[in-house]
Design a binder for this molecule. Structure first.
Ligand SMILES: [Zn+2]
Length: 492
């Protein structure tokens, strides 16, 4: 669920002068500063402007015996989208000890606000220039995405932003990049990240783990998990490697584990090919209780305590809806949560023969028709702080079922697959999804979307009971027939 920064810091201007003796040169007339935000209507300071990241190379050192102390050495490879005389990265806390741009010490480095690191390179960057900024830093992770485990281990989960807690980033889902993690911990500890593992090496009491996510990833989906994990490897049906990591004391359920390939195959049949080159799970115990109950960390969702088919379906649906196709900004949470929640119903329909019209849709409708509160969430642009509102899960999954019945299965699933194809490894917005649905179905859905997505009251009857659902008009005395509660997931 939505998390907020808890450690708001006073504005500080620190650490200047990395490059003594550099002569100030006149900037080209066109050079301008990069901005401190990516333009998100809810989180204007998240992310930055003026460049796009192509890859993060994050190197960290963490000793659980010296909890909450991290040493970082991160290189961000990026391309300037405008002439830049300086630019911002997002990093909360830490002492920044050195910053170079393309190997040359930055002329100036300063901190602004809670999480802005402002870098002035020795020479301004030209539009379209590739550059690499290397930041060395150490100290206590204080951003909200960082969670310390009871045994000294740690993990990172947070939405809508978490990367800022452990490496300098353009921390907004609109800027996606491949991700390389190199993490050194004392022998006996294991580090799990996103993507595929690289070589593990040992050196005088420490072990270095390497992970590489080779598909673009939104920063909040990047993770590091440090614990004395039990690691179990297997494969999806097409041979894609699966790595499941379990904290000590978490529930290892071989049956649930064995079901992952089936879940992925099922989701692929609905949405198109699985988008990533690895899969699996990170199961955490002994956490601080402040993270989301589960998060769709890319290619390897994070769960608390254990997982089962429902939570796997929800978090793995996000691998398509949210991860491969990420929100363009936080007004578009429905593009992730409405689908992840509805997919649980699709699974129930396929595996258990559940009658979604009666037991899911009609049941929820009857429960909620007289509850004005249920309908108050706008599914697009629900408002700052409500970007992951519970209404996206409940009303949102009902909306998708009503949409499916309105346009028919061919157009509905055809739209989902085309959405995935057209936006694969990129971003999308809800208005784009509405437009695509109209295009694929050939229907004018303005009234439907106005009622279900933008409306804050029960939709008019014609949008509640479209076409084939006409026969579901509740008949007197039948309300009790649908008492079975719809299956829900407490995942995020
Ligand atoms: Zn979710």
């Amino acid at each position: 669920m939505s998390t907020r920064w808890k450690h708001r810091r006073r504005t500080t201007i620190l650490a200047t002068a990395v490059a003594a003796g550099v002569v100030l040169t006149a900037l080209p007339a066109s050079a301008a500063p990069g901005g401190p935000g990516a333009g998100d209507p809810y989180y204007p300071e998240d992310g930055n402007s003026g460049y796009g990241v192509s890859e993060y190379d994050v190197r960290v050192n963490y000793d659980p015996a010296r909890p909450r102390h991290l040493e970082g050495d991160t290189t961000v490879r990026a391309v300037a989208t405008q002439d830049l005389d300086r630019f911002h990265l997002d990093l909360e806390g830490f002492q920044v000890t050195a910053v170079t741009v393309d190997g040359t010490p930055a002329r100036a480095v300063s901190r602004e606000g809670a999480h802005e690191l402002v870098v002035t390179p020795a020479r301004p960057l030209r539009k379209n220039a590739s550059f690499a900024v290397r930041v060395r830093y150490s100290g206590e992770p204080v951003g909200e995405g960082w969670h310390t485990l009871a045994d000294g281990g740690a993990n990172v989960t947070g939405e809508p932003h978490a990367a800022t807690a452990w490496y300098p980033a353009n921390d907004h889902p609109s800027d996606k990049a491949t991700f390389r993690l190199t993490a050194t911990v004392p022998n006996g500890w294991t580090v799990v990240g996103n993507g595929r593992p690289g070589a593990t090496t040992k050196d005088r009491g420490t072990t270095t783990f390497r992970w590489y996510e080779d598909r673009p990833m939104a920063t909040f989906l990047s993770t590091i998990a440090i614990d004395k994990f039990t690691v179990r490897a297997s494969k999806l049906s097409d041979g894609t490697p699966v790595i499941n990591a379990y904290s000590p004391g978490s529930r290892i359920d071989p049956e649930a584990e064995a079901q992952l390939p089936e879940v992925i195959d099922f989701l692929a049949s609905k949405f198109g090919p699985y988008p990533f080159s690895s899969a699996g799970a990170i199961v955490i115990t002994g956490d601080d209780g402040e993270g989301p109950p589960a998060l769709e960390t890319q290619s390897r969702p994070t769960y608390h305590g254990g997982f089962f088919d429902i939570s796997m379906v929800h978090e793995n649906t996000h691998q398509w809806f949210g991860n491969s196709v990420s929100v363009s900004d936080w007004r578009n949470g429905c593009l992730a949560e409405c689908f992840a929640q509805y997919a649980v119903q699709l699974w129930d329909e396929e595996k258990n023969g559940s009658d979604l019209d009666n037991f899911f849709y009609r049941g929820m409708l009857e429960e909620s028709t007289a509850d004005p509160e249920f309908w108050t969430t706008k599914l697009y642009d629900p408002g700052k702080g409500r970007e992951l509102d519970g209404g996206l899960y409940s009303k949102g999954s009902m909306m998708l079922h009503a949409l499916r019945r309105t346009v028919g299965d061919d157009a509905f699933f055809g739209t989902l697959k085309r959405w995935q194809r057209e936006h694969r490894y990129g971003n999308g917005s809800w208005p784009q999804f509405e437009a695509l649905t109209e295009k694929v179905s050939g229907k004018d859905l303005t009234g439907f979307f106005d009622a279900w997505v933008d409306g804050t009251t029960v939709p008019q009857k014609k949008y509640l009971y479209p076409g084939s659902l006409g026969s579901l008009d509740p008949a007197p005395g039948q309300a009790g027939a649908t008492a079975e509660a719809p299956t829900t997931s407490d995942g995020a």
